[in-house]
Design a protein around this ligand. Structure first.
Ligand code: NOJ
Ligand code: CA
Length: 522
């Protein structure tokens, strides 16, 4: 396996509960992931990121961990995790696992101990317990899932939970907490994992004295302004310690920050040479479908890492946001744009993430019945926000009716019209989204290593080169646009028959991207 693999890697996100269900209980599991490794190798990704599969009461889909060193029986056992890592490695696939250090589950033994202990005790000091203010919570902080970020316990103290009350925040100024997580990292590194995706990497350290945020609707401000509980400078000391642990293992083990911060410059701080290898690019996720917006975000993302050793990352979807087919307008138009976005994304220098199902062109499921909704956001928002279940619907693998080869009947119902979107239905269709991703990932391995240079292009079109031999064009507009022809078509997001190729010009169909090689063929 090559050195510094993570600089250009395509990393496939597996949301374990919804990927593949091997034992037929309706919930995806580790043996299910194992059974699909050939699919992932054939798709052409370099690494797999597994969302949490640790022991959990599943108050937040496993982001509420009760035992960091054990596999939840829903997902299998430790032997399954070890077998999965070994089988992935045998196919040349790296494995990244989630670590959830900002909070534990309220069913973690430490929290049970803290509840049973007195205010001011060592057991309470592992979390953030405080006395209230004027009969209410200690400050004005809000939970990202809605409502106050504090819950009161019977003796009158309050504990902080930036997410659900079942996810109490740890106190990262406590040395026992730091030592415990260093040990958890080693536990999984010893089992061969190639890295960690760090949940809420911007959250572990809170401002001294826990000052008020002095604003409301705080969750909506995550990427626009600073808050006293996010992106505090103290978090970087933790990553410097973790980097030493990662570097003490052979074979380029990496840390990836899930950091929601206000600017690309703040994000770059997580990527200093003695900290983490990558950070998710949420500004790219949030970009609306428009040429100038994408161009600005791409430039800012590349500028932010320009002076650093770290690569930029490119993310279109994950398990927390609406799938991009739907964000870009849904239906046929959303799919056309999503396919164009895929070619744009996979043409950029750095590391790209693919969220399970985007290679099938899956849309968000927006009409899940109320009674199946499992995301705590639904309850915490007083049933005003339907939450994130619509992007977590189990994958359609094969067959003509639900559960489409997923396993037992799926824990969230799949739409009947996903029959046309199964991996099986798309596998041999050269015009399918699955074939587009497979071919793009194959060609991506041989793209020039140079960065991008923008070419002049008509309004609404982006065109950039990498080296002399590769050009990518994207027509964001909803009309065909004619421009000088950049070379020979290597791959297009639209059917080839739609491309208006002249001797020296090309008419790019609406909402399409094309990869070109250097020379115009006769
Ligand atoms: C980010 C995770 O991606 C999300 O799913 C989770 O709810 C929060 N962190 C809290 O752990
Ligand atoms: Ca299962």
């Amino acid at each position: 396996m090559s050195n510094e693999w993570w600089r250009t890697a395509t990393i496939y996100q597996v949301y374990v509960r919804s990927f593949a269900d091997a034992n037929g209980d309706g919930i995806g599991d580790l043996p299910g992931v194992r059974s699909k490794l050939d699919y992932l190798a054939d798709l052409g990704v370099d690494a797999v990121w597994l969302t949490p599969f640790y022991t959990s009461p599943m108050a937040d889909g496993g982001y509420d961990v009760a035992d960091y060193r054990a596999v939840d029986p829903l997902f299998g056992d430790l032997a399954d995790a070890e077998a999965l890592i070994a089988d992935a490695h045998a196919r040349g696939l790296r494995v990244i696992v989630d670590v959830v250090p900002n909070h534990t589950s309220s069913q973690h033994p430490w929290f049970a101990e803290a509840l049973a202990a007195a205010p001011g005790s060592a057991a309470r000091d592992r979390y953030l317990f405080r006395d209230g203010r004027d009969g209410g919570p200690p400050n004005d902080w809000e939970s990202v899932f809605g409502g106050p970020a504090w819950t009161q316990v019977p003796d009158g103290q309050w504990y902080l939970h930036l997410f659900d009350p079942a996810q109490p925040d740890l106190n990262w100024r406590n040395s026992e907490v730091r030592a415990e997580f260093a040990d958890i990292l080693r536990f999984w590194l010893d089992r061969g994992v190639d890295g960690f995706r760090i949940d809420v990497a911007h959250g572990m350290v809170k401002a001294d004295g826990l000052p008020d945020a002095e604003c409301t609707e705080q969750a909506s401000l995550l990427t626009t302004r600073s808050l006293p509980y996010f992106d505090q400078d103290g978090v970087h000391e933790i990553y410097r310690e973790w980097r030493k642990i990662l570097d003490s293992y052979p074979g380029e083990r990496i840390g990836v920050a899930e950091a929601w911060v206000p600017t690309a410059e703040r994000l770059a701080r997580y990527l200093r040479p003695d900290e983490l290898h990558q950070a998710f690019n949420f500004h790219y996720v949030e970009a609306e479908w428009s040429a100038p917006v994408f161009r600005r975000v791409i430039d800012e993302s590349l500028d932010a890492v320009a002076g650093l050793a770290a690569p930029s990352t490119w993310v279109l979807s994950n398990h927390d946001v609406h799938r991009h087919v739907t964000r870009y307008g849904g239906g046929e138009q959303g799919l056309r744009r999503a396919r164009a976005a895929a070619l744009l994304t996979l043409a950029l220098p750095g590391s790209a993430y693919v969220y399970q199902g985007e290679e099938l062109g899956l849309p968000e499921v927006t009409d899940l019945p109320d009674e199946v909704l499992a995301d705590p956001v639904w309850e915490r928002s007083g049933h005003t926000d339907r939450g994130r279940d619509g992007c977590r619907v189990p994958l359609p693998w094969s067959g003509s009716e639900p559960p489409f080869g997923f396993g037992g009947s799926s824990w969230l119902p799949q739409p009947a019209d996903w029959a046309a979107l199964t991996a099986e239905a798309q596998h041999d269709d050269p015009e399918s989204t699955l074939s587009l991703y497979r071919e793009a990932l194959r060609q991506r391995r041989a793209l020039p290593s140079e960065g991008i240079t923008w070419d002049e292009a008509p309004d609404g079109v982006l065109a950039f080169r990498r080296g002399e031999s590769f050009t990518c064009t994207v027509n964001f507009t909803s009309s065909p646009v004619t421009m000088p022809r950049p070379g020979t078509v290597r791959l297009a997001s639209c059917p080839d028959s739609e491309l208006g190729l002249g001797a020296d010009t090309v008419t790019l169909p609406a909402e399409s991207a094309v990869w070109w090689s250097g020379d115009v063929d006769g």
